[in-house]
Design a protein around this ligand. Structure first.
Ligand code: ZN
Length: 269
């Protein structure tokens, strides 16, 4: 069961609710607006992932923000469910736009999303301490009556009406969009704001319910066995070509884990 806490009654003090902190996804609900969503701040984990790759900074920033031209979203809800993979072209649009496109195309639930990434520089006695941080908030409109989710037709007028064609005209959803529009990029990554303070700031007038947070795992699906299996499919020639300084060295491009094998493990056929 989900544990819930209501933030509407009074201004929360730090630590009062057992704040989720970095690297935890915080689910929330704003019932009067028929909105549900999640918010997260990534701290030490993002730093660890990006520094593992040892990218030069402009590349790291681009990787964090935009990836390499396509955004691949894989949704895997467990062993007995169908895995979904969606690819969104990043044609110069922001990651936020790409994510919105993904939700519009795949889930078809009105969804808004805000994201931010930056390097935090903290001056200290031993020199400046640098740390990557990222944050995001996602909101989805889930009214009881499905007709409230309808997106109005394009009116014949000038470009001013375009905004309406992307979103339902429903007052609750329009209010949500206006509230998310007030988020400053720094609020999403500021560790002194955090997920709960941001939710309180945005929704305290309506009443926001916060559910127990879920830790984010930094985990890749690669394994020694998987890579061993791939190498077993190599011909003797390919094994020879892959051998450098007496060993076969494979690095996972996603998580940077290095796997070393002895070529003798793969007997020439
Ligand atoms: Zn990996």
């Amino acid at each position: 069961m989900l544990e819930t806490q209501t933030l509407a009654e009074h201004k929360p003090q730090l630590g009062e609710f057992g704040f989720a902190g970095d690297d935890h996804v915080v689910p929330y609900e704003v019932a009067p607006l028929d909105v549900r969503g999640r918010t997260v701040q990534l701290g030490p984990m993002l730093d660890a992932i990006l520094s593992r790759h040892n990218y030069p900074e402009p590349v790291a920033r681009q990787q964090a923000l935009l990836g390499n031209g396509v955004l691949a979203l894989t949704i895997d809800q467990g062993a007995h469910t169908q895995r979904y993979q969606g690819i969104v072209q990043l044609d110069g649009t922001s990651l936020e736009d790409a994510a919105r496109t993904y939700f519009r195309q795949s889930e078809q639930i009105p969804t808004d999303i805000k994201m931010s990434v930056a390097k935090l520089v903290t001056p200290g006695p031993g020199g400046a301490h640098e740390q990557w941080r990222a944050g995001g908030i996602l909101a989805q409109f889930l009214p009881q009556a499905p007709e409230r989710m309808r997106i109005p037709d394009i009116s014949g007028g000038d470009g001013d009406d375009r905004e309406l064609t992307d979103h339902p005209a429903d007052n609750s959803w329009q209010e949500l969009l206006a509230l998310l529009g007030t988020i400053e990029p720094t609020e999403l990554i500021d560790p002194t704001v955090g997920a709960e303070r941001l939710l309180y700031r945005l929704f305290h007038e309506h009443g926001v319910r916060v559910f127990r947070s879920v830790p984010v795992d930094d985990q890749c699906s690669c394994s020694r066995e998987k890579i061993h299996g791939i190498l077993q499919g190599f011909s003797a020639e390919e094994i020879k070509d892959s051998t450098e300084e007496g060993g076969i060295h494979v690095a996972c491009e996603f998580c940077s884990t290095q796997y070393d094998f002895d070529p003798a493990e793969f007997a020439a056929e």
